[in-house]
Design a protein around this ligand. Structure first.
Ligand code: ADP
Ligand code: MG
Length: 162
């Protein structure tokens, strides 16, 4: 795993790309892929980072989420970012839903078709994952859809704990 000092440098180096299309992102988190199977999840709010880090760390114990590393704060261009280290896993839906928007807002029809097909394919496993997260760590995976699913050892896991 990378040291916190190296990870801080990686956030600084990506400072201009954070929360732009140049990095995978959702509504809360901008994602930086490092190497050797590790990455960084960058948040704008400390409480969001802390919650996601806590729940992912608990879920990882049960094989229901990627492994985690340390959490740390970074200031880049006078702006505060709240970060934690994560294992990188294969994602189910690489085309990040957040940016697949039609001109009038909302999801493009192509993205919608892809997403519905994936939901059909994985629905049973997704239901099981949600139930297991609830019974093991008492966390409700409200945002269970393909952009927030990953694969580890061939099993569907949650990658978005925010
Ligand atoms: N552990 C991970 N491994 C690989 N990609 C990830 C991982 N966590 C997040 N990502 C990528 O970053 C994107 C945003 O992360 P996510 O946790 O879904 O944030 P948000 O809460 O903003 O939706 C994901 O859709 C995915 O593309
Ligand atoms: Mg997400």
């Amino acid at each position: 795993m990378f040291s916190v000092a190296e990870s801080v440098q990686a956030v600084e180096k990506n400072g201009d790309k954070l929360f732009t299309k140049e990095l995978p992102r959702g509504r809360h988190c901008s994602f930086i892929k490092l190497s050797d199977g590790w990455g960084l999840k960058v948040y704008l709010r400390k409480d969001q980072r802390d919650d996601a880090h806590l729940h992912q760390t608990r879920a990882a114990v049960h094989g229901l989420g990627p492994e985690t590393g340390p959490a740390f704060d970074v200031k880049v261009n006078e702006k505060d970012y709240f970060v934690y280290t994560t294992e990188v896993v294969e994602t189910v839906y690489q085309g990040c839903y957040f940016y697949q928007v039609a001109p009038g807002g909302g999801e493009s029809s192509e993205a919608h078709t892809q997403r519905v097909a994936l939901i059909d394919k994985w629905q049973e496993e997704a239901d099981e994952l949600k139930a297991e997260l609830d019974t093991t760590i008492g966390w409700d995976f409200k945002d269970s859809f393909p952009s927030n699913w990953g694969l580890k050892n061939g099993q569907l896991i949650c990658i978005d704990f925010s």
